[in-house]
Design a protein around this ligand. Structure first.
Ligand code: G6P
Length: 367
């Protein structure tokens, strides 16, 4: 493998900027040539007979699994259980006979995820491996391999593999919804059309890199940062905190916005930046009331939202960064780029090793 950073300073920057191309490729690989139908080897499973899907993964792949749970439950009405691999494998949970287990792994080599896959197989589950590396052990051992087509990811902090996982998961959700009779062919085509807008929208967010660099400069001397989100933005808040911790060594926590009053609000003071992922939509009002509680306690709230959200909140917040208004199906992708940029530019301010953060490995093959 000849790894090349191209014009970029770091692999992470290159991989962030590659996302429009990667996601267009993944979408193309998972759809028919007329773009009307989702095609995947997972089609051969009789999804109408599946009582439950168990999703198991580690790290960023686990957070993609969190998004998967929300989409598969909402779009396909399929009950989903989600667990981190190192807990799942030792807990040895009972798995339903008519269940399917999906492991998610960029490398396909993570030891705990592989052990979880082997456990699920031994329990008689049908198994899916959503992987980037198709020559990996997980790809070899899963009954059905679902490739995400992200291309080699070199930066230790996962970026393009995360959004490629999300793209494939969105498509999987609509395909399963069709097979379960929850949606008709028109809804499937519409979903593909909406997902086709993602490369263009991500290019727009990528063009806002300087805005994120400016916000990053303001949080780079913080000792602790809180990320908040509701609904689909909750896993994105967790991923925002994970990315920041990984490459900047700033303590960060992701929280469901509605839960901060049950603990984290005690941490709030004028030194703690609070990054609120708040696109406009049915949950915005709820998030705003949570944020007002934080602002009333002198919290430094930075909103990452769309123009409508920033208009509602502009005067009260410490910082407001508007990205394009997007369809709810597109939001996780757009906000993923936002949190990647925030972590990346904060790391540049602090001078940390972006591509090889201390104590971390790209692929963890020990237990
Ligand atoms: C390591 C990496 C993370 C990754 C996790 C799971 O901790 O540093 O970026 O999310 O492993 O890796 P996998 O290859 O299974 O997705």
């Amino acid at each position: 493998l000849i790894a090349d950073k191209g014009q970029h300073r770091h692999f992470m920057a290159k991989e962030i900027h590659e996302q429009p191309t990667v996601l267009a490729r993944a979408l193309g690989a998972w759809t028919s040539s007329d773009r009307n139908r989702i095609t995947s080897d997972a089609e051969h499973i009789d999804w109408s007979a599946v009582s439950r899907l168990s999703i198991v993964a580690c790290g960023t792949a686990y957070l993609a699994g969190h998004v998967a749970k929300i989409w598969l439950e909402q779009i396909a009405r399929l009950p989903v259980e989600l667990e981190i691999a190192s807990e799942f494998r030792y807990r040895e949970p009972p798995l339903p006979r008519d269940g399917v287990t999906m492991v998610i792994s960029q490398s396909g080599e993570t030891a705990d995820t592989l052990a979880a896959l082997r456990y699920a197989k031994a329990q008689g589950q049908q198994t899916l491996g959503l992987v980037n590396v198709t020559t990996s052990t997980i790809a070899r051992e899963a009954d059905v391999v679902l490739p995400i087509h992200a291309g080699p990811e070199i930066g230790v902090a996962s970026t393009k593999a995360f959004t490629a996982q999300l793209m494939c998961i969105a498509l999987l959700a609509f395909m399963i919804a069709r097979k379960r009779g929850v949606i008709g062919p028109d809804a499937e085509t519409t979903a593909i059309d909406v997902l086709s807008t993602i490369p263009r929208i991500l290019s727009e967010v990528l063009a806002q890199e300087n805005d994120f660099a400016a916000l990053a400069a303001q949080i780079s001397d913080a000792t602790s940062v809180l990320f908040l989100g509701r609904g689909m933005m909750y896993p994105l808040a967790l991923e925002g905190a994970l990315k920041l911790k990984e490459i900047t060594y700033i303590h960060a926590e992701g929280y469901a916005a509605g839960e901060i009053k049950h603990g984290p609000i005690a941490l709030v003071d004028e030194h703690t930046p609070i990054i609120a992922l708040a696109p406009s939509g049915p949950l915005l009002e709820k998030s705003l009331s949570n944020l007002r509680e934080v602002i009333a306690r002198n919290g430094r709230v930075a909103i990452i939202g769309d123009a409508a959200a920033c208009q509602v909140f502009g005067n009260e917040a410490w910082h407001c960064l508007a990205i394009p208004h997007v369809d709810p199906l597109v939001a996780p992708f757009a906000y993923a780029v936002a949190i990647q940029f925030l972590a990346y530019h904060t790391a540049l301010c602090r001078g940390t090793d972006v591509d090889q953060p201390r104590n971390l490995a790209k692929s963890v093959t020990v237990e």
